[in-house]
Unconditional design. Structure first.
Length: 753
């Protein structure tokens, strides 16, 4: 009999142990991530009393796949448009927190005398709070609908994005083996170039592909296509010098803008859970108790560093972003832990061989301790604020609140110049990246192909001419859009007519874009020809003029841009059509203490079947129901006669306390489980009406069988075979054989009547 490969045996051991341990942690109401870590330790060689994994190398490969799918799922939950709509407040907060915590971690590492790369990676790990653990803690404490919780989640989303960038930069630094400012700037520019390129090209091509194949795709084919695209982008990412995880995240963020995003998220969830579990188990396998004993003091000090650092520096970051002292403290205290991204950064350092072996188990232990402390830190925020409020004078409290409130209460409306130049800069960068990418592809792929097709050296001018013309033709829509974009926009017209002094900067902005577009054509000519500089400049200017004058090129560039915008907003359009998108006024509520939250009506809610006027939501809780989502139907501004159904999603407007009370009520006001559910079984019984029966001479309507005895007549026998429905006005007669349905106790009462 053939033996199973060691990989199958190891997977069986991992999944069985992980399944048992996570069930225990679920029973104890603890995060499943901690259960995976414990399971990893139990199957590791460091645990001598249990079976251990044989081939750790194969498990590490599966763990790498797990990281890739984890970041792919993260990308599916990410939206570039959502980040842009957040404004500057979360960006200021997350930048302050990450920079401060990373600096603090590096300083602590140097204080222990650790190596330079250990300190840099430690700083990166300490800067990453856990989205999963914080979300779970908010949910269990009933705080998810409160305003400060939404602020924390916004910062965590940005933090996860910056973690991706940090991983790429750490990889670049590790390869260089020493942090170099020039190298870091080069890495940032490289990330920006490929990120814009992949996103723009992906948003243009992938939604079109999915739209064309929509009728051919079921759940199975859509899952395979999504995972295939994820792996393809992971391969492309590694080819250009990034990690596979970065490519997976980019593909997830591209698919997040498609109509199929919600379905892909549901389909990928089991795959992510499987490989993610293997990854976290592999993390737990690296925990060595001997190392933990030797590094007990650093572990304790790192826990204290994270708690105090986030409580102080995190609070300062949120205050700088425009929050009051109380809100900032609640946000900062909530982020006092490290989580899954710390493991990913640590595994990156290990795979690159640039961090010491002790750092991984130390960070895992610190994560476990801070995770257990997270609910207590969240609860401790308000008592700490009340203590500070008592110690400080009201004058200082007002100053601190004013520091946070000024930015939040001031509406920063960009003036026309800022708006114009910001848009021009964005368009110029995007079209420049697209043009540079096309030129690179043409010179590295198309030109060698043409040289093989026409090997005659005397005809090399023809090869270069064909390559140059095709390249210019391909980039011409981008160059024309770069030159002409916004030239006739309302902003330009307004500035042009408002003041004569505005005309020179407007003309200058056009000339700059013409120069950039001409530089691309100049580069093509310079690469493929031996013309003089004056001739190449003339050719570039003539080509730009021809592009501007071409009506067909104008239509083509407009069509491309419209298709891109349609693809970019397709998911939002679909959400609006099906009523899943929150109203636009959500971000415009004047009172900062008022916001909108969503609540799901449980299936066994006592509210189901009642009208809003009966529930008296306004008088009980002080909130306003703005809409009710029911399947694909949205009921905006419901009246008091609107009936609540199980599964409804209610959008309510109120402050934190009101929404919290409303949420507690909607979760707790439910029918309790029936302790005698077995007695609710329905039975069918035959009932013969004798001469002394109380039902003789009565009609079915007036018999009281349904109302008094809670039973139902399903038919009456006619002969030996037929069972027919009985008319409601038919009178019962002696000898009738009727069949009734009901619970056992009710049938017994009926038969004894």
């Amino acid at each position: 009999m053939s033996e199973l490969p060691s990989l199958i045996n190891d997977l069986a051991l991992i999944l069985v142990v992980a399944g048992v341990v996570t069930l225990v942690f679920k029973k104890l109401n603890q995060p499943l991530v901690l259960g995976y870590l414990v399971a990893g330790y139990l199957v590791s060689p460091h645990m001598p009393y249990t079976m251990s994994v044989v081939d750790e190398a194969n498990i590490q490969i599966w763990a790498d796949i797990g990281v890739m799918f984890l970041l792919f799922s993260l990308g599916l939950d990410f939206s570039f448009k959502k980040i842009l709509k957040m404004g500057m407040s979360p960006i200021i907060a997350v930048t302050t927190i990450i920079f401060s915590m990373m600096t603090l971690g590096i300083c602590v590492g140097h204080a222990f005398g650790w190596a330079s790369m250990d300190c840099i990676f430690l700083g990166g790990m300490l800067a990453m709070s856990s989205t999963t653990i914080i979300y779970k803690a908010f949910d269990e404490l009933g705080l998810r609908q409160q305003r400060f919780a939404s602020l924390v989640m916004s910062v965590l989303i940005l933090e996860d994005i910056l973690a991706i960038v940090m991983m790429v930069m750490l990889s670049a630094i590790a390869v260089g083996n020493s942090p170099n400012s020039g190298q870091m700037i080069n890495s940032i520019l490289k990330i920006g170039f490929f990120l814009v390129l992949w996103f723009v090209v992906g948003i243009f091509l992938i939604p079109i592909f999915l739209r064309k194949c929509r009728n051919l795709m079921n759940n199975e084919t859509l899952l395979i296509v999504a995972l295939g695209l994820c792996c393809l982008m992971a391969v492309i990412s590694t080819k250009v010098g990034f990690s596979s995880a970065f490519g997976a995240f980019v593909m997830g963020s591209i698919l997040a803008e498609t109509i199929e995003a919600d379905k892909i998220i549901r389909l990928v969830e089991p795959v992510k859970n499987l490989f993610g579990a293997i990854f976290f188990v592999s993390v737990g396998m690296l925990v060595d108790p001997n190392i933990l004993i030797d590094y007990a003091l650093p572990i304790i000090l790192l826990v204290i560093t994270i708690i105090l650092g986030q409580c102080l520096l995190g609070t300062c970051g949120f205050m700088l972003s425009g929050q009051t002292l109380k809100t900032a403290m609640r946000c900062g205290f909530s982020m006092a832990q490290i989580g899954e991204f710390a493991f990913i950064i640590a595994s990156l350092g290990l795979s690159l061989g640039v961090i010491s072996d002790f750092l991984y188990p130390v960070v895992v232990t610190v994560s476990v301790i801070t995770t257990f402390l997270t609910p207590y830190m969240i609860k401790a925020a308000e008592p700490c604020y009340e203590t500070i409020e008592k110690k400080l004078s009201k004058k200082w409290i007002r100053r601190l609140d004013h520091l946070g409130g000024t930015r939040e209460s001031t509406v920063h409306e960009l003036n026309e110049w800022k708006s114009l130049f910001r848009q021009l800069a964005i368009f110029t960068v995007i079209y420049s990246i697209l043009s540079a990418s096309v030129i690179t592809l043409m010179f590295t792929m198309f030109l060698p192909m043409m040289q093989r097709l026409i090997p005659n050296e005397n005809l090399s001018w023809l090869v270069n001419a064909i390559t140059g013309l095709v390249t210019v033709a391909l980039i011409s829509p981008f160059l024309r859009a770069m030159v002409m974009k916004k030239n006739k926009s309302p902003e330009v017209r307004s500035l042009w007519t408002q003041n004569r002094m505005n005309r020179l900067p407007i003309i200058f902005s056009i000339l700059v874009r013409v120069a950039i577009a001409g530089a691309f054509i100049f580069y093509i000519c310079n690469y493929l020809t031996r013309f003089t500089n004056a001739l190449m400049i003339t050719i570039a200017l003539l080509a730009i003029v021809a592009m501007v004058m071409s009506r067909s090129l104008k239509k083509q560039s407009i069509a491309l841009e419209r298709k891109f915008i349609q693809n970019l907003h397709s998911r939002d359009i679909e959400a609006q059509v099906h009523g899943r998108k929150k109203p636009l006024f959500e971000g415009r509520l004047l009172d900062r203490d008022i916001h909108i939250s969503e609540f799901d009506v449980p299936e066994n809610s006592t509210w189901a079947g009642k009208k809003l006027s009966q529930l008296q939501i306004g008088s009980r809780f002080g909130v306003h129901v703005s809409s009710i989502q029911r399947g694909v139907q949205r009921l905006n501004i419901p009246t008091g006669h609107t009936v609540i159904f199980p599964g409804d999603r209610i959008q309510a407007i109120g402050n934190d306390d009101q929404l919290h009370q409303f949420g507690v009520a909607i979760r707790t006001e439910q029918f309790s489980e029936d302790p005698e559910i077995e007695k609710r079984e329905m039975h069918l019984r035959k009932m013969i009406l004798h001469g002394n029966s109380e039902f003789i001479g009565k009609t079915l309507k007036n018999s009281g069988i349904r109302d008094k005895y809670n039973c139902m007549v399903v038919g009456v026998e006619e002969g030996q075979e037929n069972l027919t429905m009985i008319d409601a006005d038919r009178q019962f007669m002696a000898g009738d054989n009727i069949w009734v349905v009901g619970e056992e106790e009710h049938l017994r009462n009926l038969l004894n009547a």
